[in-house]
Design a binder for this molecule. Structure first.
Ligand code: AMO
Length: 438
């Protein structure tokens, strides 16, 4: 079949705007071809667009033969434009249908499709991600990304209402920031550079100038994880606040997460229904559990974690069961947190770091930072890092005020808002150990 040009044809209505009230009117709808049927006297197919769907019905007796032949050649998921007349029809979905006068094939789908976006034939996640363009046409995928969008919008609104300035920091960088997380090298002219693991150092410097900043951007982690919650490219929402401590920024985080849950519950009821997810808004205030208390509770439940170690996944899960919902774990051992976190004055073995957990999944981490150069140098050395590699950062930290902040994983937040259990579902084109395309 030859492709027709869009030419000067433009959509007049979205599918759901076609109602019996428009009966007799000529409209142009554009979208993709869904189920088609031939009932002897009539041929019809469903046309779906971003809003929903409308039935295109061609009574054989009243429709031009060429047009009927064109309908026969339409393959599922092809992009088409249909010019036609609206007719009220009790038997049609939403009581209305469009009788086609002209059909333009804008892009014909080949057959067989690599997957069925209507989900009648279940495909595994790998197959779906390989054909992600089609997979994103599934109503469940659309629901996930609408929820992600709504959550991010609520978060942005919240931060903007609190006088934060949105910033963009470089993603090609010279040093690591997150000890323990590996770096992706990139060739930068005659030098080696890296993809940024976090906007950490830049956002800290910015507190000296802008006081309250946030960034929504990619973070790159070169770990060879193969888990349902790790990606090699993730999206992080980062904030940093001058003249603030860990407690202050935990308050901001609590309010912001609470607002994101509420907004999604309020504005995405339809999407949550599509996903079959009953979203429970966590109660405020979120419990704040010290690392020591967390170890004690775990031990009482029969899971012993040696003091000074990070909580392994089974311990995180257990703690999630014990505490439930959203909660903070605070006052971590200094040795297992990054160099930029401030040790506690009264007990330097502990530091002012926190993690925000949701049912055992880490959503965010942050803390009060070290703002004085001498202590930064000391901490870098203690972590086995070379202060010379951080020379330009240390210079830029001159006279920066005390500050605190956090990084919240948007992909993981979307997991808990949508109830899906693999983070790859919450990212358009995920990057993991094995996946670099599409
Ligand atoms: P952290 O390394 O804990 O902290 O990252 C912050 C949050 O980002 C998300 N995240 C990830 N999500 C998916 N896949 C990954 N590989 C991945 N790595 C991180 C998580 C995590 O809680 N600079 C600090 C933040 C700060 O202190 O301000 C940082 O990067 O949800």
């Amino acid at each position: 079949m030859k492709l027709d040009e869009l030419g000067n044809l433009r959509r007049t209505n979205l599918s759901t705007q076609i109602t019996p009230k428009l009966a007799g009117k000529e409209v142009v709808v554009m979208g993709r071809v869904g189920d088609a049927r031939d009932l002897g006297g009539i041929k019809f197919f469903i046309l779906s667009d971003i809003a929903g769907a409308v039935q295109i019905t061609a009574p054989k007796a009243k429709t031009d033969k060429k047009l009927l032949a064109k309908i026969d050649e339409l393959t599922k998921e092809s992009s088409v434009a249909v010019k036609g007349k609206v007719v009220a029809a009790k038997q049609a979905p939403r009581g209305v249908e469009v009788l086609p006068l002209e059909i333009r094939v804008l892009n014909l789908a080949s057959t067989p499709l690599p997957l069925d976006p209507r989900g009648r034939v279940k495909a595994n996640l790998d197959t779906r991600l390989d054909a992600r363009g089609l997979d994103l046409r599934r109503s469940e995928s659309l629901a996930i990304f609408k929820i992600r969008h709504q959550a991010l919008q609520a978060i942005r609104e919240h931060l903007l209402s609190q006088d934060f300035i949105e910033v963009q920091t470089p993603k090609i960088v010279a040093t690591a920031t997150e000890s323990g997380a590996a770096l992706f090298p990139v060739s930068y002219f005659d030098r080696e550079a890296f993809l940024s693991q976090s906007p950490q150092l830049y956002k800290e410097v910015l507190t000296g100038a802008f006081e309250r900043v946030f960034e929504v951007g990619p973070i790159f982690r070169a770990e060879e994880h193969d888990t349902p919650r790790h990606l090699n490219e993730a999206t992080s929402i980062d904030i940093e606040v001058a003249y603030a401590t860990a407690d202050d920024v935990m308050d901001i985080l609590e309010e912001l997460v609470y607002r994101a849950f509420n907004e999604v519950k309020k504005k995405c009821a339809e999407e949550l229904k599509v996903l079959g997810h009953k979203l429970e808004v966590p109660k405020k205030p979120f419990p704040r559990l010290t690392y020591d208390e967390a170890l004690k509770r775990l031990e009482r439940a029969g899971l012993k974690v040696p003091w000074g170690e990070d909580l392994p996944t089974p311990a995180e899960k257990k703690l999630g069961e014990l505490v439930g919902g959203a909660y903070f774990v605070v006052d971590w051992p200094t040795a297992i947190k990054p160099f930029y976190i401030l040790p506690k004055k009264d007990n330097p073995k502990l530091c002012a770091a926190f993690d925000l957990m949701f049912k055992g999944l880490e959503l965010a981490s942050g803390g009060t930072r070290v703002h004085q150069k001498e202590l930064l140098v000391k901490q870098l050395k203690q972590k086995g890092l070379n202060p010379e590699s951080f020379e330009s950062h240390l210079k830029n930290m001159m006279a920066v005020p005390p500050h605190a902040g956090w990084g919240l994983g948007l992909d993981r937040l979307t997991m808990v808002l949508t109830g899906v259990d693999n983070v790859r579902e919450c990212v358009l084109f995920p990057r993991d150990r094995k996946r670099l395309t599409p």
